[in-house]
Design a protein around this ligand. Structure first.
Ligand code: 5GP
Ligand code: MN
Length: 384
């Protein structure tokens, strides 16, 4: 009897492993197919896009709210590229972005919707073409801007690498296998036969987005092609050492002190290979928090040996929410986790979300959900 029980147990585990592995393979294969079909779709439309761009147009380029390096790098690179053809181009961000991005070429031309609503609305109303970069659903531009985008009659072009895109764009270059939107903007320029138009400004902007979205070329979406593109960008004038300095070595003393507090607050739940950090509004205030100061903190939690799921919970009293960043290693999808429980989304290994509850309730909820994911968390391997 015991032999039979053991046999059934082993068969059960084998079947379970097979189903999970099969699911994983099917998901990876479907991502690959989507990627191939996205590339062939945009390739088929490239002649139409060329025609569209062959005479000067009013063009607005929009990144997601709280723009990061990839959002600002891709929008400004495209801005510089379209200027070569004498288009009337402007980048409109939903809101402000961190100081460590404020040296990017073209930064001084950016219109911030939050502060310049009338100007921004009239620019969008007059736009012939509207590019949405590094996001794929209008609500990601934030509540202030969402209606304006929905009501715009401009022809829409999406360039993005997040999962589950909405269907609002006439031209849609959406590929979840890409390292960054910046690498996709490079591909677009290449498909348009224009790599010779890439100057030092375009190269610098594209380098920034690829570097920041790949965690300095280490995340799994970093391919040989990514490195080849980086090689070309350096040839075209991107100063790699200077760019790394500008982004990573311009810390304020108070930011490093805030990091110290975040690390003191780090908690580990070994059973679920999970670690998380909390920062309250009072702690942010104590260390003179500025936008962008907590960027990258969550990666310290993920850098712990044996940890494959990390989160940071940051209180925002003004919006009355807890902003959350999730990171993972291997097959555990923080995109799906955040979509299911924290109103968010993103990529398999990096996603964001929010909670409308207070910090303690949010943490309790987070911890109470973990057992549901025990098998996924124990299966997901370090380092992919
Ligand atoms: P972060 O944690 O750095 O804010 O974001 C990680 C990734 O998830 C980024 O690619 C970002 O664009 C995406 N992301 C962040 N917050 C949200 C959100 O609330 N919803 C969705 N769909 N994606 C998000
Ligand atoms: Mn991105």
């Amino acid at each position: 009897m015991i032999v039979f029980n053991n046999l059934f147990c082993i068969l059960g585990i084998k079947l379970w492993l097979k189903t999970n592995t099969l699911n994983f393979i099917l998901k990876a294969f479907s991502k690959y197919l989507n990627s191939v079909s996205s590339l062939s779709m945009i390739k088929a439309q490239i002649t139409e896009i060329k025609v569209l761009l062959s005479s000067p147009k009013n063009i607005v380029i929009v990144p997601h709210k709280n723009p990061d390096g990839d959002a600002m790098g891709s929008t400004l690179a495209l801005y510089h590229y379209l200027q070569v053809y004498n288009h009337n181009v402007v980048v409109i961000t939903p809101n402000d972005y961190p100081d460590f991005l404020k040296w990017l070429p073209g930064d001084d031309t950016v219109v911030k919707f939050e502060n310049q609503q009338d100007d921004a609305k009239s620019l969008i109303a007059q736009a012939d073409l509207l590019f949405t970069l590094d996001f794929n659903a209008f609500h990601r531009a934030g509540p202030l801007m969402v209606k304006v985008l929905e009501n715009s009659s401009a022809t829409k072009i999406m360039i993005d690498h997040h999962q589950q895109p909405d269907n609002y764009a006439k031209y849609m270059y959406s590929d979840v296998l890409m390292s960054s939107t910046c690498e996709m903007v490079y591909n677009l320029i290449e498909m348009l036969g224009d790599t010779d138009k890439i100057d030092a400004n375009i190269a610098t902007c594209l380098y920034v987005g690829i570097m920041t979205d790949t965690g300095s070329f280490r995340f799994p979406a970093t391919t040989t092609k990514t490195h080849q593109v980086i090689g070309v960008l350096i040839e075209k004038g991107a100063d790699n050492t200077q760019i790394h300095n500008n982004i990573y070595d311009t810390n304020s003393y108070s930011r490093l002190q805030l990091l110290g507090r975040a690390l003191q607050n780090l908690k580990v739940i070994s059973e679920f290979k999970t670690a998380y950090i909390t920062l309250s509004q009072a702690e942010l205030d104590e260390f003179n928090f500025k936008k962008g100061d907590t960027e990258g903190f969550v990666n310290y939690a993920l850098s712990l040996q044996g940890i494959i799921f990390a989160a940071i919970f940051i209180e925002n009293k003004q919006d009355d929410i807890i902003k959350i960043s999730f990171r993972s290693k291997g097959t555990f999808s923080v995109n799906e986790f955040s979509r299911a429980h924290f109103h968010g989304g993103g990529h398999t290994n990096a996603a964001g979300g929010r909670s409308d509850d207070n910090m303690q309730v949010t943490i309790d909820k987070f911890i109470s959900i973990l057992p549901t994911y025990k098998s996924e968390l124990s299966q997901s391997q370090n380092g992919n």
